[in-house]
Design a protein around this ligand. Sequence first.
Ligand code: PMM
Length: 272
Amino acid sequence: MPATPLVLGVLNVTPDSFSDGGEHANRETAIAHGLAMHAMGADVVDVGGESTRPGAQRIPESEELDRVIPVVTALTAAGVRVSIDTMRAEVARRAVEAGASMVNDVSGGQADEAMYATVAELGCDYVVMHWRGHSAHMDELTRYTSVAEEVRAETLTCARAAAIAGIRESSIIIDPGIGFAKTIEQNWTVLRDLDRWVTTGFRVLVGASRKKFLGALLADSEGTPRDMRGRDAASAVISALCARAGVWGVRVHDVRTTRDALAVAARWDGET
Ligand code: PMM
């Protein structure tokens, strides 16, 4: 039976993120929420300072640093395992120096040419997510001939480049980038392909929590998508199915509901 996936709790220290934008923009609120997710059973708290919601514009590096470094410092000082969600090598370096133990790069190394060498030098875990371009125009990058194969192949190309640049293969985690340069239907096709991701030998992370394709699935009779918080049960079911598929980690907003779903999946499979 696959082991229970790690739970990464999402902490967006941004005024405009896709699913919890604005809620934790204030530093103290963000730290308190990180500690609360840790207490609820998050194995890792994933701290991000730059929104990647579809259409989002970039912020200056100084602003990103200002948002995330104090939060990373406070959480790691409290004994929380932290990952830094950034596309910038300098933010990755400063966050790891402040105590983060993993770099979560939604661009898979494509947004900053210094990223692979920096992570290789830092020696930490590194998430390579499937990415085709910045959020401002990623919804125009959804042309595929065979989406499952291409998303997997493009991600593996980045993972191999990261390894050639000196990051240990055992430190690399791959992620299909649900919602990034994918239509609603394409997200489901990619999720159906997860078994093949797991057999690559890399650890696999999935971030489907509260995303648009779930809002669409749960739309009301008039076609209005389900609101963010109303997507948590569906997100937890996705996590349980990810556990079944053998993924290494799930990136989620609602840690408690996810832990419940993973407990059911583990018990069903006979784990104690
Ligand atoms: N999704 C978002 C941000 N960071 N990181 C990884 N590794 N995988 C994801 O799917 C991912 C991510 C955007 O979602 P949010 O606005 O809910 O944080």
